[in-house]
Design a protein around this ligand. Structure first.
Ligand code: TGC
Ligand code: FAD
Length: 392
């Protein structure tokens, strides 16, 4: 892969809206991606291997629990810092951002928000340092967009619970030390349970042959009469709103992360277009290529403003789930469109691993599907503005 020459676009001087702390956090993450992710990520993706070597670096830049209070090992940062970290990591690779999103928003967040004090003390510091890695089991083979239909269940056996069922498409599952798993009790109420690797009857087979997010490990979670100690149930929230609340946090991170992937594609295409000569001049001098590049920077700028405003609303505790859905949907589609256009700017070179664009493009095909598909987020907006759910 070519050396990482990334220069971040900031067409509307958005840096003026950031605090010194935001810029410091963002620049540290940017520097780390350039130094420790860019040189290894193409090979990891080609070999379809999660590069475990980056776990300690992710912890050091505060990517595991950026907004979790410091007393539990988190970085104690605000939502805009969290977004900026996700943006920089996804600039490197969506799969690396996935690892950080899952650890922060889907494992640490539910333990922090819905867990007991003992659970917080036991798990959060180890998750923040990367000593423990986690995964989040909501999706099932027959229940993806409709998680409320889940069949994974647990029964009260007096001194423990007995868990049965299966989850599919679970990021980090093949190597996770713990899984936050959503399952129904005997009354059909959804609860979160912390399942630990090594518990008898619990296995995590890897899903192979993905063309997307190849540097992120994806797998199943299988529960065959797994005995779960009662103290591993998350006591402070139940119902579908509990896992969906975690998704709000992860979707917010993706809305920022997708901008990073788009910025990398744009920056690569711009540099290439200025250097590549055809018909005696740089291809950047042709109107058709300028149209592509001008539209890319316009869309990136709009997405940056959307994400920034959403970050302000999140910091004020005012962002609605529907506002988060709109940003996730818009920014991921924007990034995927830019990746496709940028790929064309590079001609044949665009399909090679010399450049990051094709990898981003394939990754974004997962990002547009997970954490709620593009269609589901449109239906969430539709429901919000009309008051009428159209899911079923
Ligand atoms: P519905 O009846 O609308 O809602 C059930 C309860 O949940 C509440 N709620 C929310 N709470 C917090 N945050 C949200 N975003 C919420 N959305 C809804 C709602 O108020 C209600 O509460 P209550 O107290 O009245 O019971 O539920 P529904 O069954 O009609 O479904 C609605 C729908 C389709 C929007 C929802 O199921 C959905 O979002 N589906 C998409 C599923 C999804 O996003 N799965 C993601 C799996 S995790 C993942 O992909 C990780 S990828 C990780 C990576 O690698 O980065
Ligand atoms: P389906 O729900 O079967 O949808 C198929 C198609 O039908 C989609 O186009 C969808 O938009 C459409 N559709 C469905 N319902 C409607 C409707 N009501 N109206 C109109 N159209 C509809 N899940 C986890 O729990 N944890 C994870 O860590 C995780 N990581 C993932 C990693 C990867 C790489 C991928 C690809 C997925 C991951 N997922 C994870 C699962 C992801 O959240 C689901 O794939 C997603 O929610 C969609 O579910 P599905 O794939 O079953 O599609």
């Amino acid at each position: 892969m070519k050396p990482d020459l990334f220069q971040a676009p900031d067409y509307y001087n958005l840096d003026d809206l950031l605090t010194e702390e935001h810029k410091m956090v963002r620049d540290a993450a940017r520097e780390w991606v350039k130094r420790d992710v860019s040189p290894i990520i193409e090979e990891a993706a080609q070999e379809a291997k999660f590069p475990k070597s980056i776990i300690s670096g992710l912890a050091e830049i505060g990517a595991f629990g950026p907004y979790i209070p410091e007393e539990y090992g988190g970085a104690g940062l605000d939502q805009i810092s969290y977004g900026l970290i996700m943006q920089e990591i996804e600039r490197g690779d969506s799969g690396v951002r996935s690892t950080a999103s899952v650890q922060s928003s889907l494992v640490m967040y539910p333990i922090y928000k819905y867990g007991s004090e003992e659970q917080k003390k036991k798990f959060l510091p180890k998750l923040a340092s990367g000593e423990f890695m986690g995964c989040f089991g909501l999706t099932e083979p027959d229940h993806g967009s409709n998680p409320g239909g889940m069949v994974t269940n647990f029964k009260d056996k007096g001194d423990h619970y007995l868990l049965n069922g299966a989850k599919l498409w679970i990021s980090n599952s093949p190597f996770a030390d713990i899984a936050v798993v959503w399952a129904k009790n005997e009354e059909g109420r959804i609860h979160g349970l912390i399942v630990e690797r090594g518990m008898e009857g619990f296995s995590t087979p890897e899903t192979h042959n993905k063309w997307s997010l190849r540097a992120s490990a994806t797998g199943e979670l299988i529960f065959d009469n797994v005995k779960i100690p009662k103290e591993n149930l998350l006591p402070n929230k139940s119902g579908l709103g509990a896992p969906l609340g975690c998704l709000d946090s992860a979707r917010f991170g993706i809305a920022w992360g997708a901008i990073g992937a788009a910025m990398d594609c744009y920056d690569t295409a711009l540099r290439y277009a200025k250097e590549r000569m055809q018909f005696g001049k740089p291809i950047a001098g042709f109107q058709l290529q300028q149209k592509k590049l001008a539209e890319m920077i316009t869309e990136i700028t709009k997405a940056q403003l959307l994400a920034w405003r959403l970050g302000v609303l999140r910091n004020e505790g005012k962002a609605t789930s529907a506002q988060i859905s709109m940003a996730k949907r818009n920014n991921v589609e924007m990034a995927l469109n830019i990746a496709r256009e940028a790929r064309q700017v590079l001609g044949a070179m665009g399909i090679t691993g010399e450049y990051s664009i094709m990898r981003h493009m394939m990754n974004l095909e997962s990002v547009i599907t997970y954490e709620g598909t593009h269609d589901i987020h449109l239906l969430i907006t539709g429901m919000d503005i009309t008051g009428i759910p159209a899911f079923s």
